[in-house]
Ligand binder design. Structure first.
Ligand SMILES: C[S@@+](CC[C@H](N)C(=O)[O-])C[C@H]1O[C@@H](n2cnc3c(N)ncnc32)[C@H](O)[C@@H]1O
Length: 380
């Protein structure tokens, strides 16, 4: 899964823009500017709870086209104390998407004439709210030392999962085999694999009755490891993380899916030409975060519709509707309902292989915060 998505030569994300109507799938920030703006409200409230620090690392994991960050910065640009504190860090593995993000954030190169030019943190500035911006291939590469706010929207679902199936010899990992005609097929491992350790860990966090009826289980070791890194940063420097994704508030059985041109396709067909993603196991995030530090608390998951409504998306759409053309009003209303609407109705009318478009109930929000910050909005 990791190879298919991020291989430096042929990975799905590496060389192209896969988002939007012309691409393979659409995400909430691409549906409406209101999504990034509401995430901005969340970040600003957390910053207030952090005591309004003068310097903050604002990290986005997997920023896609950079639309969420652009809407966040643009929407918050009137709140100067907040935006002036932000050092923006984009964690992105795709050089093509890094370039696109640079454009979306309207970045310019700032000539650094200071004596310490080579030590300067970043000489790229986003003109949206005047913030320094830098890019990193992974979270480990983001410079530490500052209070940190981390946003992960549809990032965890792209991290590789391991699938297990119950067999007479115990839980066996599903592996990919190459057949004589060079096509792929799934086979079961003859004996336990190293990933079985993560399966055992996941079972420790589940109730026996939850496991009893399962024939298949998915675990995401990279998601657990990433959460522990996030948790350590937040406990050492203060701040919090917001994770929004589609997923479950329980063990995930079998969810790995491939999407090409807005349709579900066979996972093993033409790897690298379709997006692979899996449901996010939110309890695994909660327990991983709490396991590594006593200084963080985890809140949620709550449905995206609840999260956005509690942050005031209804007021925002009303305000935007006051001053727009008929065409813009139509797009605002459609966008609003896609963000808060049900995954099944009223938008789910297409054929079986079409990806449903209502995002309000399928997407969940979870926050990990330093205990010193108290309970983050809107999880009170
Ligand atoms: C599903 S897209 C979500 C994009 C964006 N957050 C949005 O909601 O529109 C996943 C993003 O994560 C990036 N990505 C995936 N795996 C990654 C990895 N292992 N390291 C860094 N970035 C990764 C992709 O290139 C892409 O930008």
């Amino acid at each position: 899964m990791e190879e298919v998505l991020t291989n430096p030569k042929a990975g799905f994300y590496i060389n192209r823009d896969v988002f939007g109507a012309q691409g393979d799938f659409i995400t909430s920030p691409e549906v409406s500017q209101m999504f990034g703006e509401m995430v901005g409200v969340w970040a600003m409230c957390l910053w207030e709870q952090m005591g309004q620090p003068k310097d903050v690392n604002l990290v986005e994991l997997g920023p896609g086209r950079g639309t969420l960050m652009a809407d966040l910065l643009h929407g918050a640009s009137k709140f100067k104390n907040f935006t002036e504190s932000l050092h923006v860090h984009m964690v992105e593995c795709s050089p093509a998407l890094q370039q696109l993000q640079r454009k979306t954030l309207k970045c310019i190169d700032k000539a650094d004439t200071s004596e310490n030019a080579e030590n300067a943190e970043s000489s790229v500035i986003s003109t949206l709210a005047g913030n320094p911006v830098s890019w990193h291939a992974s979270l480990e590469q983001v410079p530490s030392g500052l209070p940190t706010i981390i946003i992960a929207h549809e990032f965890y679902d792209a991290l590789p999962v391991h699938q297990f199936q119950k067999a007479s010899r115990g839980w066996c990992e599903k592996m990919v085999d190459v057949q004589e005609d060079s096509s792929f097929r799934f086979v079961l491992s003859p004996q336990p694999t190293p990933s079985n350790l993560y399966l055992l860990k996941r079972f420790k966090w589940a109730a026996p009755e939850e496991i009893a009826n399962l024939e298949q289980v998915e675990v995401c070791p990279k998601g657990m490891d990433l959460t522990q890194k996030i948790s350590k940063i937040i406990s050492a420097y203060g701040g919090g993380a917001l994770i929004i994704d589609y997923g479950l508030n329980g063990v995930v059985s079998e969810s790995l899916q491939a999407i090409r041109k807005h349709k579900f396709v066979d996972i093993l067909d033409d790897p690298g030409s379709a997006d692979l993603s899996a449901y996010v196991d939110f309890p695994a995030i909660k327990y991983s975060a709490e396991e590594v530090s006593e200084d963080v608390s985890v809140y949620g998951p709550m449905m995206q519709s609840q999260f956005l409504s509690a942050l005031g998306i209804n007021f925002r759409v009303e305000a935007l509707l006051q001053n727009c053309t008929d065409e813009q009003a139509e797009s605002l209303r459609t966008g609003y309902w896609r963000l808060v609407g049900d995954g099944e109705a009223p938008f789910w009318e297409g054929p079986d292989d079409q990806v449903p478009i209502g995002m309000g109930t399928r997407y969940l929000a979870m926050a990990i915060v330093n205990k010193k910050q108290g309970v983050p909005v809107p999880f009170q």
